[in-house]
Every structure is written in C-alpha cells, then in structure tokens.
Design a protein around this ligand. Structure first.
Ligand code: GRF
Length: 195
C-alpha cells in the first residue's frame, strides 16, 4: 500500500523534487501528502506547487519555541494522514513526539558520526572533509532523535574525495549519491516495517 509522507524543507528542495518525481513515476511507493517549510519564498515551495502538493509555511519568522513548532508541525502531519516524515534540507530543530519515534528520517551529507552535529550543514561539511584530508566521504540516512545527526543509521553511501576536489565539486558528487541513497533508505524502511 502506498505510504503517505510529509516532507520538511527549508531551501532548494532537490530531494522533495526527487521524491515527487519518483512517486509520480511509481518508482517509489510513496505519496507526498504534505510539504512543510519553515521558510517562505523558497524554491522547495515552487517544486511543491509544480507537483500539486499541499504545502504549509510554518513559523517563518521563528516566533515559536522548538516544542511548540514540533507540536504544530506534527498536528498538521497527522491531519494530512501522513505516516512517515522525511527531513530533506530542513534546517531547524524538530522536537518529535514519542509516538513518532522511528518514523522520521533525515539525510546528512557525510558518513556519520563523522562531520555531523550542530553547525555541520551544507558546504561546511564538505569543507571540513577536505581540510581533514579525507579520501572518502558520502551521505547517511538516519532516524531522527532529539540530538542533531545522532539517531540510528539506516543506510550510508560512500564516495571518493578526489585530490583536486573543491567544496563545490565534492558537494556535487555527494549529492548525486544522496539522490540514490534516500529513496533506497525509504524502501528499506518500508520493507522492514512490513516484515
Ligand atoms: C543535502 O545536502 C542534504 O544532505 C541536506 O540538505 C541538502 C539537500 O537540500 N540535509 P535540498 O533537498 O536541496 O533542499
């Protein structure tokens, strides 16, 4: 049975676009029931509109504390009938109700636990990987708990760091892997759930 998911975004929404495309083509057995953005006017919302997805902009001026933001987000998610939450470029702390533990996923652009935690996002991650002199990096899909980039890992996908990589070239290579890893992790989650 098709799983209704909520996708939480803050920016460009490349993963949202990927999920919506895979759902439409039938390659991923999900239906995006709700998009929540904590920022107004972002590209992710344009993707949502283009795919005809219901979207909600929640607290763009950051007036809510984390607990209230979490309550409002999850009541909208439940009202939309979603069973799984996918964080995709979502740059705000999310307090997860106990009943949702194990049903909220995130993707991070490094091989956690390396280069994760508060402050490690976007190009900062790739810059740190290059500065450390790593030969390998990648991405991680993990369940979300109440610490940044900390919950149980479902799937990792590695890629090389080339000697002449810039932050931009490395980010591009890691992201190409992310587009495969996140759907694969969702399939894994859904198949385990139905064991
Ligand atoms: C990716 O680097 C991902 O690892 C991180 O956010 C970026 C994707 O953002 N969590 P988006 O989907 O383009 O908004």
């Amino acid at each position: 049975m098709t799983t209704r998911v909520a996708v939480l975004v803050s920016g460009t929404g490349r993963h949202l676009e990927n999920f919506a495309g895979l759902a439409r083509s039938g390659e991923l057995d999900i239906e995006v029931g709700l998009v929540i953005s904590n920022k107004a006017g972002v590209l992710a919302l344009e993707h949502a509109a283009r795919f005809g997805l219901e979207a909600l902009v929640l607290d763009p001026s950051r007036e809510l504390d984390d607990a209230t933001f979490g309550q409002e987000a999850f009541s909208a998610i439940e009202a939309a009938g979603c069973e799984l939450v996918l964080l995709a470029g979502f740059l705000r702390k999310l307090d997860i109700p106990r009943s949702w533990a194990g049903r909220v996923l995130n993707i991070h652009p490094s091989l956690l636990p390396a280069f994760g935690g508060k402050g490690f996002y976007g190009s900062r991650v790739h810059r740190a990987v290059i500065e450390r002199g790593c030969w390998i990096t990648g991405c991680t899909v993990h369940y979300v708990d109440d610490e940044y980039d900390h919950g149980p890992i479902l799937l990792q996908r590695a890629c090389e760091v080339a000697r002449d990589d810039t932050v931009e070239s490395l980010a591009t290579r890691v992201f190409a892997g992310e587009l495969l890893a996140y759907p694969e992790a969702i399939r894994l989650h859904l198949s385990r759930g139905s064991d």
